[in-house]
Design a protein around this ligand. Structure first.
Ligand SMILES: [Zn+2]
Length: 327
């Protein structure tokens, strides 16, 4: 072997070593930052149509125009759904004697405010269950916005305007920028919203996101719960999601809420019931609590690599990240 070939052989070995170290470092970083990496890669890994071009087929309620579904769920509450939107979101218009509250603003794919105006003439306050784009995206047309009062949400205010962070909003999945929001009312956990003749208690329900909110209508035996729980697959692997927070919230709700509370959730659909306002019961919450216990004890076996999917019950599965970034 000549001197030059020994030299270039050494260089080749060094280059291979350097390249494999970079690759290994990349794998480690991708694993550590998996929630962020998966959100960033989502538009390429899971390309999707935003609106189904086919007419909506709803099992309950009526269509308003060709996009929104409106369902009277009783007790002065209307569910407003987006059955053609790929995430099938449902917002809730809760009507009091003096004002109304819209819980979630819709995805913003179409303007929901005309539908709301067709259902009530009362002044409307909008509050998002959490900051993800499919719940806050439709906020722009509304003048009065309420926000859960937490250090993390206060930190998003700059020059009088609230703007959710990139990984709080997650609009990057559909190339959407977080909207600037003028918050008119800050509601701390435990605050009571008086709509006239009915009141709602604000709860902080971390798990899906740290700043998730739920509204408890104690007299109506209802909890408007956003994305903490809903039929289909629960997302506990996105940036900010936490399995221990999920578990803690489940325990707290199970000890606080009466057993006959109906959970009105933000994503359709219940198995076997077609497209309709998605609800669950306290029994489903108990099943979620049990599933979270099994996951924490290592007694459940997931399918998939990222996210990992665990069974919960007939209505739900739970999608989590890796143990080290999803605590
Ligand atoms: Zn959602």
């Amino acid at each position: 072997m000549s001197k030059t070939s020994r030299f270039s052989g050494k260089r080749l070995t060094l280059a291979v070593l350097a390249m494999s170290s970079v690759a290994a470092l990349g794998v480690v970083l991708a694993a550590v930052f998996a929630p962020y990496v998966s959100a960033e890669l989502n538009p390429w890994l899971e390309p999707h149509q935003i609106v189904d071009p086919a007419p909506a087929r709803i099992a309950k309620g009526r269509m308003v125009g060709d996009y929104f579904a409106v369902e009277d769920v009783g007790g002065g509450v209307f569910a407003i759904g987006e059955p053609r939107y790929y995430q099938r979101n449902y917002a809730y218009l809760i009507i009091g004697q003096e004002r109304a509250l819209l819980f979630d603003s819709g995805s913003g794919t179409r303007d929901i405010s005309g539908v709301v105006a067709g259902l009530t003439r009362l002044p409307v306050t909008v509050m998002a269950s959490h900051l993800h784009y499919d719940h806050l995206g439709g906020i722009a047309p509304f003048a009065h916005v309420a926000m859960i009062d937490l250090p993390q949400t206060r930190a998003d205010v700059s020059r009088g305007l609230f703007r959710a962070g990139r990984y709080e909003y997650l609009g990057l999945i559909d190339h959407l920028a977080p909207p600037p929001v003028k918050v008119g009312e800050w509601l701390a956990p435990g605050a009571v919203i008086d709509l006239g003749g009915r009141s709602l208690t604000v709860l902080n329900t971390p798990g899906h996101t740290p700043t998730s909110a739920a509204l408890w209508d104690a007299a109506g035996h209802r909890l408007f719960i956003g994305d903490y729980i809903y039929p289909t697959t629960l997302y506990a692997f996105l940036p900010g999601a936490s399995l221990s927070a999920y578990h803690h919230t489940a325990r707290r709700l199970l000890t606080t809420l009466p057993a006959d509370t109906v959970l009105w959730t933000a994503h359709c659909c219940r198995k076997g019931e077609g497209v309709a306002a998605p609800w669950l019961s306290m029994r489903d919450l108990r099943d979620l609590d049990a599933a979270l216990t099994r996951v924490a004890r290592g007694q459940a076996r997931p399918t998939g690599f990222y996210p990992r999917i665990y069974p919960v019950n007939r209505q739900m599965t739970l999608a989590t990240g890796f143990g080290w970034n999803n605590r």
